[in-house]
Design a protein around this ligand. Sequence first.
Ligand code: 9YT
Length: 137
Amino acid sequence: MIIRKLDDMVGTERDVAAPTWNSRRFILADDRVGFSLHDTILKAGTSTHMWYKHHIEAVYCIRGRGKLEDVATGKVHEITEGTMYLLDQHDEHVLTCETDMQMVCVFNPPCTGQEVHDEDGVYPLLTVDDQPAAAAR
Ligand code: 9YT
């Protein structure tokens, strides 16, 4: 069993900052459980273009309000506390935050923690090598 607390991750390498968001990674690829779990704060007044071509992502909004554009269709969805969206088609999307938004994100395959969005909002597909799971080290 693994127990991790948000407060313990702040300021560590599990706390990753980008211009429009901050993501605290509870579970990463080196835990070897098949997914990663992130607590992400997206900043009020920002728009983030994302396109996870190599990952499936589920996002559950637990705080805040914003709009999610499906780039392929132009359809815009209201996202508020209690809304989940699943990018099951590797959907290209733009999230615009009216307030700060707190999201719980699950990625499959799991993120390693080293991914950086490229100019298209894509994360590269990174994997961990054959070393033992983080919990066993
Ligand atoms: C909601 C969302 O996808 N934000 C971008 C950050 C990403 N989820 C991450 O790496 O945690």
